[in-house]
Design a protein. Sequence first.
Length: 168
Amino acid sequence: MSAKHPYQRVSVLIDVQNLYHSAKHLHKAKVDFKKVIDKAVGGRQLIRAIAYVVTTEGGEEEPFIKSLEKQGIEIRSKPLQIFAGGMKKADWDVGLAIDAIKLSQSVDAIILLTGDGDFVHLVRYLKNNSPALVEVAAFRKSSSSALVAEADDFMDIGGDDKRWFLIK
């Protein structure tokens, strides 16, 4: 558990696809991102919250994106890539990692809302090359155990308080 105090400046980076799919598959629900952010920040000073989203041609995600924006969450979006043969690709791993590296020099803590094991190397890099604490909040059941172990702190949004973080 990392040392937290009210004067810490915090940035939250949200891997929307990861949490969306975890909530859907584990709990048949959606994530209340505002409540997760509030709990993860824990009374500290939120400097920036950035959600990384993938958009589709149909635009079904537009109301969701507007909802996040109304909550003061910055949006980074890019279109779903569809390749010849029908293969689809939708991830923001590199963009999120670059933002985390940049922001880690000007805040006291970076909170990653993801359980994706691809971010283990990012967490290690941040811990060795920045002054910021690196915390993770995600569903423990679908999170990489290596990511959980590497983080300075881990908050399970699928634990005992899950009803508070989920929208049925």
